[in-house]
Ligand binder design. Structure first.
Ligand SMILES: C[S@@+](CC[C@H](N)C(=O)[O-])C[C@H]1O[C@@H](n2cnc3c(N)ncnc32)[C@H](O)[C@@H]1O
Length: 332
């Protein structure tokens, strides 16, 4: 998924730096990905660590991580369910009505066909769950598959803060539900959907990886459509974009970020803490260093990074922007 702040392309730098710093047997360690997003860092550590704790404030992210991290037993007949959902009759439901041209006609996030397919698939998944035809593992596997497959055909430049007037090429393609396959093991991972600063009181472990938002863009607003598909609850969509009410993270405000971060470090019961942050964030490198070094031995690793720049224009995915990505390191 094309996700703001995704560490997909930086995951080798991050995992190898963490492994070099810790330099111990990871198979005995609990690793926590506290701001998990797409879950890529937790997924990298899943085969290596004793246990992964994964968390994010947003429900769509919880769904992805509940599948990719939380699921670890083979679901034998999962492809049958995916096939059944792919063959489903489209249905004009909430997504079609509020987010497609053919519905109320106000918004244009999906083609009419894809909007109806999302509705039909989402309703069928819920129906199976209500009737006890699928267990929780399969429920989250199917939901995660739907979120990722719907995101691929969304008619947006990248996030859901706006839609495009004309259906772009990828949005014209029919939605095909693709299986969100996860790795299997015999460990017991834990997945949460909480505020980081609340959850930190309830957990402990060895390695804490922090990747909070670093600017004022709220994830709940930018990915509201994924929460709407994941929750599939009833509400009155607001304004041009059909926004639902959304979480406001303390990490996305200059006024609150330093205090939240300081409090998080104070409470963290982990031996090693790693923080990803880029050089254009709300906190400066020096501010982070000042906060972190109060709590133990501090060091810094960095790598140059060409990130995709968010811009107004539809070609934005082609505009690469040079930046520096930092990994702040604390041995508590
Ligand atoms: C930079 S992204 C993480 C990206 C992730 N590492 C990846 O590679 O996909 C930041 C994440 O922090 C989450 N978030 C923001 N505030 C939070 C909070 N107070 N507690 C937990 N998660 C939060 C956002 O929903 C978002 O998914």
């Amino acid at each position: 998924m094309n996700y703001i702040g995704s560490k997909n392309k930086l995951s080798t730098f991050i995992t190898s730096t963490i492994e070099e710093v810790v330099y111990d047997d990871l198979s005995q360690m609990v690793v926590c990905d506290l701001f998990a997003g797409t879950g890529i860092i937790g997924r990298n550590f899943k085969p290596k660590a004793k246990q992964i704790i994964s968390n994010d404030l947003e429900y769509y992210s919880f769904v992805l991580n509940r599948n990719y991290i939380g699921n670890n037993q083979t679901i034998a007949n999962r492809q049958d369910f995916v096939d059944q959902l792919n063959a489903i009759m489209p249905f004009a439901g909430f997504i079609y009505t509020h987010y497609c041209k053919g519905g109320h006609g106000e918004r244009h996030y999906f083609s009419d066909e894809n909007g109806k397919k999302i509705d039909a698939i989402r309703m069928q998944i819920e129906d199976w769950k209500t009737k006890g035809a699928i267990n929780e593992d399969l429920y989250y596997f199917l939901l995660a598959s739907l979120l990722e497959s719907a995101d691929k055909v969304a008619n947006t430049a990248s996030v859901y803060g706006a839609y495009l007037k004309k259906l772009k090429k990828s949005a014209q393609k029919p939605l095909i539900l693709e299986a969100a396959d996860f790795t299997t093991d015999t460990k017991k991972h834990r997945v949460y959907n909480k505020d980081s600063n609340q959850l930190i009181n309830e957990i402990q472990g060895d390695i804490l990886y922090l990747d909070p938002p670093y600017n004022a863009r709220q994830y709940g607003a930018n990915y509201h459509m994924l929460n709407t598909i994941a929750r599939y609850d009833w509400f009155i969509p607001k304004g041009k974009t059909g926004l639902r009410s959304y979480n406001k993270s303390e990490y996305s405000s200059k006024r609150t970020v330093a205090k939240a971060f300081e409090e998080l470090l104070e409470k963290a019961k982990f031996n090693y803490i790693f923080l990803s942050y880029n050089n254009e964030g709300l906190l400066t490198i020096d501010e982070i260093k000042d906060i972190m070094q109060k709590h133990g031995a501090y060091s810094l690793a960095s790598t140059p990074y060409r990130r995709f720049k968010a811009d107004k224009d539809i070609n934005r995915n082609h505009i690469a922007d040079k930046t520096e990505e930092y990994l702040h390191i604390l041995k508590k």
